[in-house]
Design a protein around this ligand. Structure first.
Ligand SMILES: [Ca+2]
Ligand SMILES: [Ca+2]
Ligand SMILES: [Ca+2]
Ligand SMILES: [Ca+2]
Length: 382
């Protein structure tokens, strides 16, 4: 039974979700939404033009802090390869320009300080070493701002321009394998979704419908999510999913209010923003129902969520075989695992992924054998 459960847990990432046709909002304001354990970053503002946006970080212990520094109007936070690294955009107070900032373990760094450009919409590359963003400048000949996509090397601060067109390219987001950069491209005020191949620099269309605005592409694994109007006549936003073959709207969308700013947690779960109550509130879709994240919502607009799961944190920071998650692999871990295999009651694997020594997504006796073998080898070499 246990083995079956754990197998299910480990393989759930590769299974495709079955999506119900419609979803109702279930929670009342008094109920507390149980979010998956992890870090959440988001912003809120009364109105974009009020320049009062604030960026918040909620840690797995459910405490929330404001990310602040020598900037105003911070928004669009996005995690890197660790929950301690967040990139965001804000207006540098001294230079009075939009800049790309890095929050690194509590320290704030302005990566595009005094660039003379408008720098917006930052997203990390999959290896966490670069940030792709939108860079704009005032063009006298066009009598307008011209926006292109840019890539900055975090270490050297070198910026490479990725596009050079009179149209606006915005909201870039890397594919998980780093081969593509999805973005919104605007023509006549209407956005479409494109992707640029990083190796060739060539762009192809993913979604483009006349008079339907599409924007905010976000990648999770092999899925792309973006926001688009219901139709040319109905401008309520809905969240769409592109699985590499087809595009479908998510089941919680509405014709009567906006659903936008997808923050996928996995193939089944998503945090997003919705105007169900008038202003934007953060909502959580658990694969079946949608609930409002009441403890974080206020009467101004909550938008731009990004999530870093505790499970991913454990996976990235764990030591192979460290089943009790105490930072080292030793006999104590093997004992726990053996008990668990024998179904001894009250035996818990704090970090099941760590126990899969042979990496076949199944936890069984072969992992225990390998574990003991590894321990023997370590002891011999001591
Ligand atoms: Ca351009
Ligand atoms: Ca709100
Ligand atoms: Ca251990
Ligand atoms: Ca295994």
């Amino acid at each position: 039974m246990k083995l079956k459960n754990i197998f299910k847990q480990l393989t759930s990432l590769v299974l495709t979700a079955t999506i119900p046709l419609s979803v109702s909002f279930t929670a009342t304001a008094s109920e507390k939404t149980e979010l998956p354990k992890g870090w959440l970053v988001w912003h809120n503002y009364s109105d974009y033009s009020a320049l009062d946006s604030k960026l918040y970080l909620r840690t797995p212990d459910s405490t929330t802090k404001t990310i602040s520094g020598d900037f105003i109007h911070a928004m669009n936070g996005y995690f890197g390869n660790s929950p301690e690294q967040i990139t965001f955009m804000a207006i540098d107070t001294k230079a009075d320009e939009w800049d790309i900032f890095l929050y690194d373990s509590g320290k704030i760094i302005n990566l595009t300080e005094n660039s003379g450009f408008r720098n917006e919409d930052p997203k990390f590359s999959p290896n966490g070493k670069n940030i792709v963003f939108k860079r704009g400048y005032w063009s006298h000949s066009a009598d307008n701002f011209v926006y292109d996509l840019a890539l900055i090397d975090i270490e050297t601060r070198e910026v490479i321009m990725l596009t050079d067109t009179p149209e606006e390219e915005a909201m870039p987001c890397f594919s998980a394998d780093g081969k593509y950069i999805y973005y919104a491209g605007y023509t006549g005020g209407i956005g479409s979704i494109y992707r640029l191949e990083t190796e060739t620099g060539k762009s192809e269309t993913i979604y483009s419908e006349s008079n339907i605005n599409a924007y905010y592409p976000i990648v999770n694994g092999d899925k792309l999510y973006f926001t688009a109007w219901n139709s040319a006549d109905n401008h309520c936003d809905r969240i769409m999913c592109y699985n590499g073959k087809e595009i479908h709207p998510l089941p919680f969308n509405s014709e009567n209010y906006d659903c936008s700013d997808a923050c996928p947690i996995d193939d089944n779960n998503m945090i997003f923003s919705s105007t169900l109550n008038g202003n934007y509130d953060l909502c959580y879709y658990d694969g079946v129902n949608v609930s409002e994240i009441s403890e974080l919502n206020t009467d101004i607009n909550e938008l731009g969520a990004d999530f870093y799961s505790y499970a991913e944190y454990l996976e990235n920071n764990s030591i192979k075989g460290d089943i009790n998650n105490d930072g080292e692999f030793n006999i104590a871990d093997a004992v726990i695992f053996q008990k668990w295999l024998l179904d001894v009651s009250d035996t818990e694997l704090k970090n099941p992924k760590c126990a899969d020594i042979n990496e076949d997504d199944i936890l069984d006796i072969f992992d225990l054998c390998q574990m003991k073998e590894n321990m023997k080898n370590t002891n011999h070499s001591d």
